[in-house]
Design a protein around this ligand. Structure first.
Ligand SMILES: NC(=O)c1ccc[n+]([C@@H]2O[C@H](COP(=O)([O-])OP(=O)(O)OC[C@H]3O[C@@H](n4cnc5c(N)ncnc54)[C@H](O)[C@@H]3O)[C@@H](O)[C@H]2O)c1
Length: 254
């Protein structure tokens, strides 16, 4: 089988566009996948459709207990953990800085930053036991660029870049590689939500304006992001540690 044969990979946000595509691609490449999300029914149906080597677990990434339960379930089902894809995230509300409430900031940081921290903490013992592994965090072009109206989200995606760089330096000597995948606008639910919030009733116009700023002339797809994530899980990426891998159609090139 192909290049993820016999690897055990745990995925958060597995019911979402990028998470589901990554679970399906990793599974097709021979991995055993643990697909987790707040949305229990959705991950159960994805795991069922994949059959063998797929397990669904309902997980709220903001809970330390849930993160630990997720890793325990992976080890019980498949014996080890080789990679984690810390991908669950929320866009939060779009609007001017001064209109964002404390609760809105807290919610975005709880999922997008603390959720990643708790995922890393839960996974580390299992990754060490496996003799090393790969941690892939979903940041964004919003982790390397600003965007008016998206302060909490952009700040959270910058924060995980800093976390990734520190972890890469700390864990590299143990053979645990840590990287981010940084998608540009993806043709999926999250961008529809951002477009509609940015200009209610005129989401399609916002979409066209965003797409016009991307050299490829379009959003990237869930599968294009999944392609980078599965590469970073694999031994083919054995030299990749401490970097941000953009899948953005050239958005940040100009
Ligand atoms: N869609 C884009 O354009 C885009 C661009 C750059 C980065 N990203 C990032 O990609 C990641 C995946 O997003 P997506 O595009 O697939 O969007 P999505 O909304 O389809 O998927 C996100 C998933 O995370 C889950 N989730 C939310 N809160 C959770 C929690 N507390 N615990 C567990 N699961 C939770 C949701 O249920 C959902 O299934 C996110 O981190 C997002 O910020 C998306």
């Amino acid at each position: 089988m192909s290049h993820l044969n016999e690897k055990v990979i745990v995925i958060t946000g597995g019911a979402g566009g990028i998470g589901e595509s990554t679970a399906r691609m990793a599974h097709a490449q021979g991995a055993s996948v643990v697909i987790t999300d707040l949305n229990k029914d959705a991950v159960e149906s994805i795991a069922q459709s994949l059959g063998e080597r797929a397990l669904a677990v309902a997980v709220d990434v903001t809970s330390r207990d849930d993160n630990e339960r997720m890793i325990k379930a992976a080890v019980e089902a498949f014996g080890r953990v080789d990679a984690v894809f810390l991908n669950a995230g929320i866009e939060g509300e779009v609007g001017p800085f001064e209109s964002r409430s404390d609760a809105a900031w807290d919610k975005v940081f709880a999922v997008n930053v603390q959720g990643v921290r708790l995922g890393v903490a839960a996974a580390l013992p299992a990754l060490r036991k496996a003799g090393g592994g790969s941690i892939v965090i979903t940041s964004s072009v919003a982790g390397v660029r600003g965007a008016a109206g998206l302060t909490p989200y952009v700040s959270s995606k910058h924060a995980v870049l800093g976390m990734m760089r520190c972890l890469a330096a700390e864990l590299g000597p143990e053979g645990v590689r840590v990287n981010t995948v940084n998608p540009g606008p993806v043709d999926n639910r999250m961008m529809r939500s951002i477009e509609e919030q940015a200009n209610p009733g005129h989401g399609e116009e916002v979409h066209q304006a965003f797409a016009a700023r991307i050299p490829l002339g379009r959003y990237v797809t869930n599968e294009e992001v999944a392609g980078m994530a599965t590469f970073l899980f694999s031994d083919a990426a054995s030299g990749c540690n401490g970097n941000a891998y953009l899948v953005d159609g050239g958005y940040c090139a100009q």
